[in-house]
Design a protein around this ligand. Structure first.
Ligand code: RET
Length: 237
């Protein structure tokens, strides 16, 4: 049953990567978004293949299985998804060098969130598990703060159309991302309320929404905003 989920994950992600690239905008300024969104499921396909082949599936003394490939995947794909939002908030403008600072801060917080989440999964004692879990949540809140605070203000300066696209994308991303710590906590790495296969299926569904559905949603919001911006610019001339 786990094997089925991993193989579905591999196939869906591999196909999605191609479809996102084939259907995405290929001209400036959407091309870099297309490339970024196509690379995310490619990384996930690789991780699901590793899980299916049993590479990096670690069985702890407690019997809990920790899927290392999942954390490797998240530590690369979540920074990419965040980079997409930062690029949207700046949209080829802003003070030179300022975007680099935001990217660094948000990626550091995000990678710390994933790494300390892994430490929580690996910890054998309940106390240590909770320390890392809460530390990971603190990093997550830092990410959410940057997205909804300063970056949203930056997006507002890009005009109503782009600000609207940013608001839609950040809302979906935040809602979906908040479910990950809940599934983790309920699963075998946490309170063991749900079984290993249920948590695998739950993460599969979340991964498909956060990587594939989100890619199409974000691209369509961006394209709509860009055509609206061009329209308004055209009307002014
Ligand atoms: C963990 C456990 C510890 C607490 C927190 C977590 C958050 C994980 C998140 C993962 C998002 C993954 C995505 C993957 C797909 O591209 C590590 C589960 C806060 C937010 C979006």
């Amino acid at each position: 049953m786990d094997q089925t989920a991993f193989l579905i994950g591999f196939s869906v992600m591999a196909i999605a990567s191609l479809v996102i690239y084939a259907t995405g905008g290929k001209k400036f300024p959407s091309r870099h978004h297309t490339l970024m969104h196509a690379s995310v499921p490619f990384i996930a396909a690789t991780a699901y293949l590793a899980m299916a082949l049993g590479v990096g599936n670690l069985t702890l003394d407690s019997g809990t299985v920790v899927y290392m490939a999942r954390y490797a995947d998240w530590s690369i794909t979540t920074p990419l998804l965040l980079a997409g939002l930062v690029m949207l908030a700046f949209h080829e403008q802003g003070k030179p060098g300022e975007m680099g600072g935001f990217l660094t801060a948000i990626i550091v917080l995000d990678v710390m969130m994933i790494v300390t989440g892994l430490l929580s999964a690996l910890a054998e004692s309940a106390g240590t598990k909770w320390v890392w879990y809460l530390w990971s949540c603190a990093a997550f809140l830092g990410v959410v703060y940057l997205l909804w605070g300063p970056l949203r203000v930056m997006a507002t300066e890009r005009g109503t159309a782009l600000a609207g696209a940013y608001a839609k994308n950040v809302t979906l991303l935040t809602v979906v991302w908040f479910i990950y710590p809940v599934v983790f906590l309920a699963g075998p790495e946490g309170l063991k309320i749900i079984t290993d296969p249920s948590s695998i299926w739950a993460f599969l569904v979340l991964d498909i929404i956060a990587k594939v559905f989100y890619a199409f949603y974000a691209a369509s919001n961006l394209e709509k905003a860009l055509s609206q911006t061009r329209h308004t610019a055209g009307a002014r001339i």
